[in-house]
Design a protein around this ligand. Sequence first.
Ligand code: TXA
Ligand code: MG
Length: 308
Amino acid sequence: MEAQPPVIRAFGAAAIAEAAVLIRAGGIVAVPTETVYGLAADARDAQAVARIYAAKGRPSFNPLIVHVADLAAAEAIAVFDADAHALAARFWPGPLTLVLPLRDRAGIASLVTAGLDTIAIRVPAHRAIQALIAAADAPLAAPSANASNGLSPTRAEHVAASLGARAPLIIDDGATEAGVESTIVAGRTILRPGPITADMLGRVLPVAPGTTAHVSAPGQLATHYAPAKPLRLNARDREADEWLIGFGDVTGDDTLSSRGDLVEAAAALFDALHRADASAAARIAVAPVPDDGVGVAINDRLRRAAHR
Ligand code: TXA
Ligand code: MG
């Protein structure tokens, strides 16, 4: 079957209106930011976020960055302390991402944070993603708009070459300004260097370079959520003391997708693991999940949860 080429539309009111319709319908859109082109979906819609993973062919789930219009919108989702306020006041809108505690009932799909209780959030400066946030009236989860292992795209043509028809709509607003991904800061630690340099940050706060392993602020210890209970893979039946997470024809205490849909299963994964952890059962079992499409990322996460 010949895949349709992606639709590339020049930035403007018509392109943004078309993109907003797609976002509101749970679809994905490639849109430029001041750093790189992102592949965006409504961060409140778990299946839409799962479609980002399906399109990128990413073999694992990483928490994603959420893009919002302004500080007020960010504060509705994340809990800001004085440090975070100082950084936001100086560098937003712009290429700085803050990792902050996720607010209760923020309405963000658990697939966005990969089950963590922290969230990476930023207010972008680019007119195209700002227009899309406004038109869709949605916080947008967006990783870089390239296939897994590909280079980050700084032009619409790069997105088209990397994702093809897996990016149904690309908003073209020319080359991005920064060309590298946003700087990520958690507490006073730089998790990822980027356009906002350590020197620039240092004029606001004493920050130190580091990796997620060195994050010391409470609630920001884990890079990856995993359930606390032992987990058994490829289970077709429940053993004593187990909470069974089903898939397809394996019916459990819960299911990732009773119709065996992998995008639905990805969308359900982290909520299902949290429910299993919170249940009275001592152990968790999970039905087999096919290892194709976004199922590869689901199995990667399940294996890591099982082999801690
Ligand atoms: O410039 C950018 O940031 C681009 C544009 C599209 O905005 N986006 C981007 O997203 O680079 P992505 O998904 O490629 O990178 C997200 C990074 C990952 O390294 C991830 O581990 C980290 O952010 N991250 C997200 N949430 C996190 C969290 N709660 N704790 C620690 N790291 C987090
Ligand atoms: Mg990336």
